[in-house]
Design a protein around this ligand. Structure first.
Ligand code: AIR
Ligand code: ASP
Length: 283
């Protein structure tokens, strides 16, 4: 393969230049980090499973009209995505109290919130991604009113959809994190799309009956094999065979490559909406 230029390397992914200037290749690493990179391990199979799970969920979201950066899967570790300008905000949606919410407010883990909670964090590793308000976002110009309104609306729809999808396979969607990116059209119109990834690295997923955790908390809290948890999620979603793709703790590469009939058929069907076309409602 021709040498590709690396654009950016993060904790769990690498971005390479894509085949044309509007695209980027997103490579899923096997690295797992927690507590802002303090804890680190390389876990065979994690990248393959996240690539697969995220491709699937992004495709499903496209199907209900949520625009995403996802174009298509390339191979077991890589996907082609639209090149976007990432908005430096992490939106976290919570249905059940866990993680930093419990720590900050002294709540008991597992408490069901009477309405889903949307939180904003400023994406800045040096500061440990601090919690911020909508006003910070506007005041510091990280996003404008149109964008903020659109991001929150999309986050609610994603939550409703994924809640149902996971409930249908016996999992509770406790919380998740979303990132959005900007794309400009030919005439300068602005589109917002869902970017980054949606995988057990950035969702909390518990068994509906036992509350067993199948997400990155397995690693954060040393609860058991991380990749087995992710594999369980992929199996329940019907993305890998029932007997899994792990062999003796590492990925069966041949089997993983052969799973390549991934959801690419929607790649060309796009429903972007010019953000400036409508007036913002009061926040
Ligand atoms: N998250 C937040 N920053 C990075 C990630 N991955 C995700 C977590 C969790 C949710 O956002 O994986 O699903 C809330 O995280 P926390 O730590 O604020 O409780
Ligand atoms: N991914 C972040 C980190 O490396 C946060 C987390 O998931 O806990 O620390």
């Amino acid at each position: 393969m021709a040498r590709r230029r690396k654009i950016y390397e993060g904790k769990a992914k690498i971005l390479y230049e894509g085949p044309d200037p509007n695209t980027v290749i997103q490579y899923f690493k096997d690295d797992a980090t927690a507590f802002n990179g303090e804890k680190h391990a390389v876990i065979a199979g994690k990248g393959v499973l996240n690539n697969r799970i995220s491709s699937h969920l992004m495709t499903k979201l496209e199907e209900i009209g949520i625009p995403t950066h996802f174009i298509r899967s390339i191979n077991m570790r890589e996907q082609l995505v639209r090149s976007v300008e990432i908005i430096p905000i992490e939106l976290v949606v919570r249905n059940i109290a866990a993680g930093s919410l419990c720590k900050r407010l002294g709540l008991e883990e597992g408490e069901i919130l009477h309405k889903p909670l949307v939180e904003f964090y400023y994406k800045k590793d040096e500061l440990g991604d601090p919690l911020i308000s909508e006003d910070h976002i506007i005041t510091f110009g990280w996003a404008d009113h149109y964008e903020l309104e659109e991001m929150v609306a999309m986050a609610w729809r994603v939550n409703d959809y994924l809640n149902g999808m996971f409930a249908g396979i016996g999992l509770r969607l406790v919380d998740f994190k979303l990132e959005f990116g900007r794309i400009w059209g030919e005439h300068g119109e602005l589109y917002l799309v869902l970017a980054d990834e949606i995988s057990p690295d950035n969702c909390r997923l518990w068994d509906a009956k036992t509350n067993e955790k199948f997400d990155k908390d397995r690693f954060r809290q040393d609860l058991g094999d991380l990749v087995e948890g992710y594999e369980y999620v992929a199996k329940r979603l019907g993305l890998i065979p029932e007997d899994g793709i792990l062999k003796g703790g590492s990925i069966n590469e041949q089997l993983a490559e052969n799973l390549d009939q991934i959801e690419n058929e929607l790649a060309e069907r796009r429903r972007l909406r010019d953000l400036k076309a409508g007036k913002p409602r009061k926040l």
